[in-house]
Design a protein around this ligand. Structure first.
Ligand SMILES: NC(=O)c1ccc[n+]([C@@H]2O[C@H](COP(=O)([O-])OP(=O)(O)OC[C@H]3O[C@@H](n4cnc5c(N)ncnc54)[C@H](OP(=O)(O)O)[C@@H]3O)[C@@H](O)[C@H]2O)c1
Length: 254
């Protein structure tokens, strides 16, 4: 049955940034599709909220509290996943952060912080996960990029560069790891109201500008990513690799 290919029943997924916002929504969606989901972020109380939502819908989950700006945490997250659930089939790299200010004011510290969380952390957790996936000759890696991988917007230069890098990394890994049957794809969200974009939406002028750019006429909600992440994590997408699927209400097509 074709619809069975969307099921994630015996799969183990690691979702970074699962404590709130888009990562939380995708973790809940993957669990609803049947996956056992490992929840990764720094804030334990928020991770517990995500876990409670998954348990309430009958799912299985484990929390691994980690600060992914510390590169050594990548190996620990994957080791704890394998110790607890025996394997890792799916990785969703959703943890991300933002610094908004003019490019002239950006510092080396801003660069290291943004590149560390948005690009270096996905790289090294992806590496640790792919080593497990390569042994199993099967895996799905989904990097959460952005509209800003492709367009320029003022005051978020380093963030944009980190997300452009992540879109490229998706293609590099897709080609290099195809021989291990690891599919590597990205989801590029448009504008969603979360903690990450709160400062932007607090400015009525900017909020109006954002809305004016979206053909579908509204900003995204975490549920808008659930179908795409389940699809890319499932057998239904086995012949898709190296792609970015933009979930942006049509922004990039306008
Ligand atoms: N919202 C949008 O419009 C939008 C658009 C395009 C792309 N995105 C991308 O989507 C992803 C999720 O964004 P969001 O809007 O949901 O943002 P958010 O609400 O601010 O959530 C960010 C997540 O990343 C985690 N995180 C941040 N720094 C971390 C660190 N050092 N170690 C571990 N976890 C860390 C946070 O958890 P803790 O604070 O608990 O650690 C949280 O779970 C990001 O990659 C973002 O760039 C968002």
């Amino acid at each position: 049955m074709m619809l069975d290919k969307f099921k994630l029943d015996d799969r183990v997924a690691v979702v970074t940034g699962a404590s709130r916002g888009l990562g939380q929504g995708m973790a809940v969606g993957l669990a609803e599709a049947g996956a056992k989901v490992v929840l990764v972020a720094r804030t334990l109380s928020s991770l517990e909220e995500t876990a409670a939502r998954i348990v309430k819908q009958g799912g299985k989950t484990k929390i691994v509290q980690a600060d992914l700006s510390k590169v050594e945490e990548a190996d620990r997250v994957i080791a704890e996943t394998v110790a607890h659930f025996g394997k890792v089939d799916i990785l969703v790299n959703a943890a991300g952060t933002q610094v908004r200010k003019p490019a002239f004011e950006m510092t080396e510290g801003d660069w290291d912080y943004l590149m560390g969380v948005n690009l270096k952390a996905p790289y090294f957790i992806g590496l640790a996960a792919a080593k497990e996936m390569a042994k199993a000759k099967r895996g799905k890696i989904i990097n959460i990029t952005s509209l800003l991988s492709f367009i320029g917007v003022s005051n978020i230069s380093i963030y944009g560069a980190s997300k452009g890098g992540l879109a490229s990394l998706t293609r590099q890994w897709a080609v290099e790891w195809a021989k291990y049957n690891i599919n590597v794809n990205s989801i590029g969200p448009g504008y969603f109201k979360t903690e990450l974009t709160a400062a932007l939406f607090a400015d009525p002028e900017k909020a109006k500008w954002v809305l004016s750019k979206i053909p579908l006429g509204r900003t995204g909600v975490p549920e808008d990513l659930m179908g795409t992440v389940i699809f890319l994590a499932s057998e239904a997408s086995d012949y898709i690799t190296g792609q970015v699927i933009n979930v942006d209400g049509g922004w990039l097509s306008a």
